[in-house]
Write a protein that binds this ligand. Sequence first.
Ligand code: HMG
Ligand code: MG
Length: 298
Amino acid sequence: NWPDFVEIKEVSPRDGLQNEKGWISTDDKVAWINILSDSGVKEIEYSSFVHPKWIPNLSDAREVGKQIKRNPNVFYSALVPNMKGLEHALEAGIDGASVFMSASETHNKKNINKSIAETFPVLQEVIQEAKQERKRVTGYVSTVFDCPFEGKVTPAQVIRVCDQLFAYGVDDISLGDTIGSAVPSQVDQLLEAVLSRYPKEKIIMHFHDTRGMAIANILRCLQYGITRFDSSVGGLGGCPYAPGAAGNVATNDVLYLLHGLDVKTGIRELKIQEAALFIQSKLGKDLPSKALAHYVST
Ligand code: HMG
Ligand code: MG
């Protein structure tokens, strides 16, 4: 019993590139996002309006936002940490803003330089202002299963953050397995708590594939009726403030699974392979996606 349709948010231009060492030129980013925009994907997180010192690779977020060719069928969102980021994002053009924080204290501090309690009022203001500008707002919650510094994170810690973000007015929440450590029994534990509290349509799952468990976890989520996932072409990505974390689950691999199960996504796999090969050639290294490697070898 699989859902009829699953919605993918392509996060590679943000989550993917933020962790790459080599600089990708603005022109290349724009050309790449234009390929992604042609794939049939419904949402692209195109960059991040954080401090350029923290994420140098996305320091051209404003130029990218202004130069990409907007496909009217695609929703363009970006990561926004605070009011300054929101101001820049609105100037560059966004359909939606994604705010972010962690369920665990130490990761939150390392990632955004504030305690959880100090983060709440910052995000509250961003959420309210973005809503006034009639933008959809997604709340990312990181380290929902395990924290690279504190170990296991309980569903209660996750719920505490989600409750606050929903109270401030976020439209939906993306739950992040930041370090790609979860196994399906952890997904069970978290989703039982989360789905007894919020409608499943408001929950997005965001898996990193550090240990190759992401596809197993996504399959588990489908069994709970979750129909929204974040992924990156080729499996590009990672969080620079989560040591050892690998990229997001590869869009190529997720599409192979979903289309094989007869679940529709509206996305053309060939276009995703093309986008992966494009960025792979710019980065000068092979990306981890298995479906991509198989495509290349045949
Ligand atoms: P801070 O240094 O504490 O900021 O950084 P501040 O408010 O004290 O400001 C210090 C200076 O930065 C000021 O300038 C501000 O104007 C400037 P000064 O007055 O000294 O000249 N500033 C900015 N400049 C440009 N853009 C901005 C901005 N904000 C302040 N937006 C901050 C706090 C949050 C900005 C910083 O810690 C930061 O940028 N962190 C980003 C970390 C990050 O991007 N991490 C990766 C993304 S999260 C992720 O990957 C997880 C996710 O994928 C889900 C998952 O996998 O779990 C979403
Ligand atoms: Mg991530």
